[in-house]
Structures are given as C-alpha cells and as structure tokens.
Design a protein around this ligand. Sequence first.
Ligand code: TPP
Ligand code: MG
Length: 364
Amino acid sequence: MPSDANKKPAAAIDTKAASPARNAPINLRLSADDKIGLFRTMVRIRRFEERALRAYQAKKIGGFLHLYIGQEAVAVGCCSLMGKNDHVITAYRDHGHAISVGMGLNEQMAELYGKATGCSKGKGGSMHFFAPDRNYWGGHGIVGGQIPLGTGLAYALKYQGLKGAAMAFMGDGAVNQGAVHEAYNLAALWQLPVVFVIENNGYSMGTSQSRSSAGALSKRAEGYDMLWGQCEAHDIYQVRATMDEFLHRAREESKPSVVELDTYRYRGHSVADPDNTYRAKAEVEEYRRTKDPIQVYQKSLLAEGVLTDAVVEQIDQAARAEADAAAEFAEASPFPTPDDIQKDVYWEADNPAERKSQGRLFFD
Ligand SMILES: Cc1ncc(C[n+]2csc(CCOP(=O)(O)OP(=O)(O)O)c2C)c(N)n1
Ligand SMILES: [Mg+2]
C-alpha cells in the first residue's frame, strides 16, 4: 500500500454490510461463539500493544518494540486455522502471532519488561517471543532469517510423516533476502508443506515497497514452480478463505506456496523510529477510516447479528483490564539474576546428563 497521490478517496467502512467472504466454506463453519472469539483476540492484541507502548514511553521496557497495530486480521486469521501439527514462525513483529496462538498476556508483558516470568525468561524481549508448546517458534530479528527455519519445520513434518503445515511469516522487506530464495528453492525442490506468508504492510522501515521491490511479491513463486496467492488482509474472513486453500494444499498434498497478505501498520517501524518522514499522515488516516481490521470485522458481526454494541464494549473493557493486569504482573515480577545469563543458551550445556554429542562445550 505505497502512497499514491492520484488515488480516489475510498469509501468509509460500510456500517450495514457484512463481509462477502463470510460465506467462504471455511467461514461458514464458524459458530457465533467462534466468531466472537476471533474478534476478542483482535481486540486483545490491540489493547496489549497500546498498553505496551505506554510502558515503553514510561521507560519500563528497553530495546525494541515493533507494534502490530493495524495488522491484527492477519495473525488472528491465519492462526485460527491451525491444527495439531501446524506450526508458526515469524519475524520481530511477533506479539500478534503470540496472542493468536494462545499465549497469555502476562508472560508476554513480562518478557517486554525483561522479567524472569516472561515467555523467554526475560532474556529475549519483544523480538523473541517463543512458545514451543503451542508450535510457536518465535520471534526472529534477522530480516528473513526465520524463513529457512520455517522451511525446516516443514521438512521435519514431512520427515516424520505428519500431516501438517508450517506458516513462515515475513514482511515485504524480507522478500529480497537471499536466504528467502534459498528456502523457496528447497521447499519447491523437496515439496515441503510450508506456506510462506508475506505480511505486506507497504513498508520496510521507511522504504516503501515501490522503492525496494520489483514485480508482484508472491508471483515470484512461479520461478520455483510453486503455488501462490494474494488478498487484501484487512478482512479476517478473506484472510481465512485465502489461507485455508494453501494450508490444505500443504497438509494434504505437501505443496509449498507463497501467499501475500496486504495489510498496513499504523505506528512507526518500531516505537523508537519517528514516523513522520516517509508517508503522509493522510495515508494512515485513510486506512484507519476505510480498512481498520477490527472495525471492518466488528461492523460485519453487527450486521450479521452476532455482536451487539454492548458486547463490543464488554470485550473492549475486558481486554483493557487484562492488558493493565499484565503490566502489573510484569512490574511485580523479578528480573533474571546474573547467573541466569548463561542458562538456556545451549540445551546440551543445561542438560549434560542427556547430552549425546562429544567434545568441549563453548559454555563449559
Ligand atoms: C538482515 C537484516 N538486515 C537489516 C535489518 C534491519 N531491519 C530491521 S527491520 C527492517 C525492515 C523489514 O521490513 P519488513 O520485512 O517489511 O517487515 P515489517 O517491519 O514491515 O514488519 C530492517 C531493514 C535486519 N534486522 N536484518
Ligand atoms: Mg513491511
């Protein structure tokens, strides 16, 4: 979604119409409670991130903080399709995916605060949320670095004869990394059950897609004989309808694919980066007015008779309270000790009795 001065102003979100994609087969299977659950998760992501931003401004959080606000329909839509053997890996803008796979807000906020009760014991921070028990493999800071790892998750599924799929998320800026293309090549060559998901929010830091990338991003899959798809991803129903098809092909036929989900971020690249130099305020405002994913879904659910204004208010208040409680939990938690710094670096160093390799460990 790069700036385009000639674009006609889009209509505001239609308050009466339900999304047409609600009738895709995968969405017809959703009960009213399922639909409300997805809505609640989107709201919880937004309120968590707003609370985290306030904590950062109050200097409770150090290092980086890359907010997901505006992109909620992507993580929630994709992760809502996960089955037992499906896996997720993403980059540093990773809070939305973590909440979508079911991680609690306490362990996430504590991680942001660098506390020992955090999901990575306070040693990872914002960019390194992990929950292997939920098939969530992080949280990676090297642009594109998670994509070969995600391909490895798919390789493991195939090797073990399991029916599942790996979703490897990346930004629009990551698509030009060599490692991404090496991963595409192996995934296609070995027909691995992976869906490479490009979360195209229009910018890599301050560089718009039109200034950095040639051609259509997902169509590059054709060079590797892979399936590909693309959709506007402010509508969670659309995200689910599009992703369902490619996840199905991965699980059932072991077919890899590249899917571009067009979205937008409202905040700066990270909260330390100023957001006033590379895009017009009006562009952000127009997206918010016409395509805000929470508003779009809320209007659809109101039109479908699934939600009422009172329930919307209740969900919002509960999400705010939950985020506040997470901040209190983080505040009250202890920091890791200096002794903890060498733990959890190498599994073998922490578990010498179960070690199978030979030789001296770096951390001995
Ligand atoms: C290999 C590498 N090069 C550069 C950076 C610095 N860097 C961090 S984020 C980023 C932009 C990536 O943008 P995109 O892939 O679109 O993801 P988004 O931030 O939009 O989610 C860059 C260049 C890095 N972390 N790793
Ligand atoms: Mg981007």
